[in-house]
Structure formats: structure tokens, C-alpha cells
Ligand binder design. Structure first.
Ligand code: KG4
Ligand code: ZN
Length: 318
């Protein structure tokens, strides 16, 4: 629940533990969990915010991109709330919500931040955008295969570390105290401004390394450290190129992977070195959350954007 971009309550219910045996999100399990939990979660968010139902003036909901089965649960519920309370509904793009999550402070002062380069680094998406206004986003780079979070998840799965892989790989990487990391490939891709990403090569390199190594605890730490280091360098270099290509001075990054401390400090160092202004979300707002959706929905609504009950979900959106 958000008012004037001030967070009144934040409630996250995650089905992540139900997917850990499978090494990734199982769409059917996710949407069943959503159906079961959406009412109590929304109820708790409203209660924690200390607002009455009658004070709610707008319902914002993710309309895409994402898994249609899960999106439909949220959208159907949001439509019901909108109808029952007689308040407008607004559909929000999940990727844009990730990119504005770093601007959620007590006050939502986004207008003076444009233009900026935005990046989403999550389990489902990895892309670079030039952002000129709340309704003006241009895609300038994307992954050609895995999303970066997905690469963390797959590498963790190879080593039997469980799901989600990102936090587990980071924890193991922090334990590495050696000085001879493995030199995994950094796919920098030259063509098309060199702003696209590819993580399948490094994933395969980890797989082959894993098959030939002694699988000791210290070797797992070393692989995690080396993988995280390579991915950090790829992200930092792509962001640097995107800043040069776009001519922007400001950078905003969001998504679950931005919880990673090594990646955060890599981005900070690059920006400080080049005099760029950067915005990173607080750790609580990196992963999927409703606050970023509510805040973007409110900002769009105040700028005259409207949806109606014909709103549908979309698996793919720019
Ligand atoms: O944004 P998010 O919560 O969901 C999607 O929209 O996908 O991102 C989840 C992804 C997962 O792939 C997870 O492994 C990754 O973010 N992740 C991390 C870390 N924490 C979460 N990756 C690297 N380091 C982390 N600390
Ligand atoms: Zn997300």
C-alpha cells in the first residue's frame, strides 16, 4: 500500500520454497499458490497500512510480462477489488516497475531523473533501456538466451545448491579466500553496439569445469566466486557501454540480481570512476514486490494514464 509514493505497508509472500526441488519456478505450482495466498496477503497489507477499505483510491496490478497463469490470478483479483470498491484499476509493466524501484523514497521524484539508462536483472528478464519519461522507454539491449538470474539458478542447480541460486552462489562466493579464481568466459558480443547479453557460454563452461573437478567444498566456493566475478564484469561493462551509447549521465538498476553485493559494488565503482549518478533499490525492493507496482501505478495515474476492465495479461512486453 502506497500513498504519494510513501510506503505504508509491504507484504511479500513467496512460493520460492515450493520450487526448490525443481531448480526453477514451476508455473502451475506458482499460480496455485497465488490463488491460495492472494486474499490473506492483500488483507494483511491493508491492515498493516492502517487504512480502511474506503480510503483506497486506485488498484495497480502487474499485467505483464510474466507467467500468464500467475499474472491472471493477480489481474482477476485486482479487477474484483476495483469493481467492489468502485475505484479505478491500472495495469503496470513489471520490468518498468523494477526500474523505478530505486526511486521509491518518501517522495517519488522521478521526473527530474530522466533521461536515464535503466537495467532489469532478474530471473526472467535481462535488458537495457533508455528511459526518457514514464511512458517513453526504448529497449537498447537484451539477453539472447538466459536471463542473468536464470544463469545463477542454473549454475547453482549444476552444483546441487538448490533454488533460488543467486543468494546461495553469493554466500558460497563470500567464503572463497583464495587468489586463483577460474577464468570463466565473459561473452561481450561485439555486433549491434555490443549491448546484448549471452549467459549460455559461461553456464556451459561451469558445467564442464564441474564435471572435471573434485567437487570439494572449497572448489564449490571457488566456482561460485569465479562465476559471480565474471558475471559482475559482464554487467558492469554492458552498463558502461550503454551509458556511452545513450549519452545519459544517470543509471537506474533493478531486479532480484541487484541484491548481490559484488554486483552492486561493481556498478557503484564504475559509476564513481566515470562520474555517473546511479540509483540502486534498497535490498527489500530488488526482488519481486508489490510496492514498486503500486508506486508506478500511482505515478502513471497522476499523469493521466488509465486502464479499464478489458485489461488483459501479456506474457511478453517491451
Ligand atoms: O526480480 P526477481 O525477484 O524475480 C523475477 O522477476 O525474476 O528475481 C529473482 C532472481 C532469481 O533468479 C534469483 O536467483 C536472483 O534473482 N537473485 C540473485 C540474488 N538474489 C536473488 N542473484 C544473484 N545474487 C543474489 N544475491
Ligand atoms: Zn521481477
Amino acid at each position: 500500500v502506497v500513498r504519494d509514493a510513501k510506503v505504508l505497508s509491504q507484504e511479500v509472500s513467496s512460493s520460492v520454497h515450493l520450487h526448490s526441488d525443481y531448480g526453477g519456478v514451476v508455473p502451475e505450482i506458482a499460480s496455485r499458490f497465488h490463488t491460495e495466498y492472494i486474499y490473506p496477503v492483500v488483507r494483511k497489507a491493508i491492515d498493516d497500512a492502517g487504512v480502511k477499505k474506503g480510503e483506497i483510491e486506485l488498484v495497480a496490478v502487474t499485467s505483464g510480462p510474466g507467467l500468464p497463469g500467475s499474472l491472471l490470478v493477480g489481474l482477476s483479483f485486482a479487477k474484483a477489488v476495483s469493481l467492489a470498491l468502485g475505484v479505478p484499476i491500472i495495469g503496470v509493466n513489471h520490468l518498468k516497475a523494477h526500474m523505478i524501484s530505486c526511486f521509491i523514497r518518501p517522495l517519488f521524484e522521478i521526473d527530474d531523473k530522466f533521461p536515464f539508462v535503466g537495467m532489469v536483472a532478474s530471473g526472467g528478464h535481462t535488458g537495457l533501456y533508455r528511459c526518457d519519461g514514464l511512458d517513453k522507454w526504448e529497449s537498447i539491449g537484451r539477453t539472447r538466451d538466459d536471463a542473468v538470474g536464470e544463469a545463477f539458478d542454473k549454475v547453482a542447480k549444476i552444483m546441487g545448491l538448490g533454488y533460488p541460486g543467486g543468494p546461495r552462489v553469493e554466500k558460497r562466493a563470500n567464503r572463497y579466500k583464495g587468489t586463483s579464481p577460474i577464468d570463466f568466459p565473459r561473452a561481450m558480443l561485439k555486433g549491434d553496439k555490443g549491448l546484448d547479453f549471452s549467459f549460455s557460454g559461461i553456464k556451459t563452461a561451469v558445467l564442464y569445469y564441474w564435471k572435471g573437478c573434485d567437487k570439494s567444498e572449497s572448489e564449490i566456493d571457488r566456482i561460485c566466486y569465479s562465476f559471480q566475478k565474471a558475471v559482475t564484469e559482464i554487467i558492469v561493462e554492458k552498463l558502461r557501454r550503454a551509458m556511452v551509447f545513450s549519452g545519459c549521465r544517470r543509471l537506474a538498476v533493478g531486479g532480484g540480481v541487484v541484491e548481490n553485493a559484488a554486483i552492486r559494488s561493481g556498478i557503484e565503482d564504475m559509476c564513481e570512476k566515470n562520474g555517473y549518478i546511479f540509483f540502486l533499490p534498497s535490498r527489500k525492493l530488488c526482488g519481486d514486490n508489490a510496492v514498486m507496482v503500486a508506486a508506478l501505478g500511482e505515478a502513471l495515474f497522476l499523469r493521466g494514464v488509465r486502464s479499464d476492465l478489458t485489461l488483459n495479461v501479456s506474457a511478453v512486453m517491451n
